[in-house]
Design a protein around this ligand. Sequence first.
Ligand code: ATP
Ligand code: MG
Length: 424
Amino acid sequence: MVQAIRGMRDVLPPEARRWRVIEEAVREVLHSAAYEEVHLPLLEFTELFARGVGEATDIVEKEMYTLLDRDDASLSLRPEGTASCVRALQENGLLYNQTQRVFYSGPMFRYEKPQRGRYRQFHQIGVEAFGLAGPDIDAELLALSATCWRRLGIAANVRLEINTLGAAPARRAYREALVAYLTPHQGKLDEDSQRRLTTNPLRILDSKAEATQALLAEAPRLPEFVDAESHAHFAELLGMLDALGIHYVHNPNLVRGLDYYTHTVFEWITDDLGAQGTLCGGGRYDGLVERLGGKPTPAAGFAIGLDRTALLHEVVHQDPMAAGADVYVCSLDSTQTAAVLGIAERLREATEARVRMHMGGGNLKKQMKRADACGATWAVLVGRDELDAGMLTLKHLVNGEQQTLSENEAIACIVANQFPGSSG
Ligand code: ATP
Ligand code: MG
């Protein structure tokens, strides 16, 4: 048998049920805030990510799945969604002189070292807002993400870390000062940080190496380089978070991996998943639209990693999500299958329950065994007598109670989740 590619997982039903619960909750939160969904291609010209994510980032340097098209164009599987989202809105004339609040959901691809919580194909729900420069949209984005954690019942397991990088000139000036300070001590830096010194020096702040962190203790500090306007933006944002009751930790070393961030950056982090503890990252990226060829456009957004969110959800809510079916329809007369299929269809439409139709015949005992095995609460029994009378038999599989009813009466019981007058 040919096997799956390393780092590209199959999400099987138990995990997929959890994904669905999470995706539905997040979608509902975004929908309720009037964010609109967009669907974007998985493949883009490599140049989009080189310019959008940044040539000197780990992602573009060594993590992209790049291929040549039949006409020799260089294409890459998307490693993240923001650059594509900007490209799509810009290309379709949706950014100029307008505001947009959108989201998308789907797989991203990065050639990383696979481990628990880190895969080569992983799933993100991305949220982006364009044309809004104030800290109010930063606050809304953070409030929406906080609402997602609350809806999912994992709010107590995550914390918000937040920082400001300043506007682009401040960030550049700090970068130069940091490089000037670290260069004479290069030899003491860990290997990754030595490489980053020339490619992406701000990322060195993120290093977990003790010797590197010791050096950084004496290094120039980012907050001292941040411009006054950016400090004001950040102070206003923190004030709104306080007013909203959203707790945060100001982490002056938080920088984020992508090149395009300015001003606000943040991460939602959990201690319950070991090293892969960041569930969600985001921030403001005012320079990106212009960098990709558009007019200067303020923008901010975040991406939730679904794989890690599902792992944390499982740590907190260990019960398997409801599996199988709610209603199991047993057909006791093999000559009447089409009529019973019709009943199953009508039950599905009228109840919203998951109605599984028994297939393959067999006696009542065998069919009831299947009903129990799939976890259904109800069995619907349809035989010749029932069909002739226009009735069906509804059995509650938990308390064993059974009644013969009209289809409409049965629908009412399934919707109410009990027989009339019964305690359920
Ligand atoms: P990390 O520091 O963990 O590599 P990142 O900063 O590269 O994360 P982003 O690009 O900001 O991550 O993506 C946002 C979210 O997407 C992350 O917080 C995480 O939940 C998820 N994510 C990123 N890379 C992976 C991956 N390789 N496997 C699974 N989830 C991922
Ligand atoms: Mg990463």
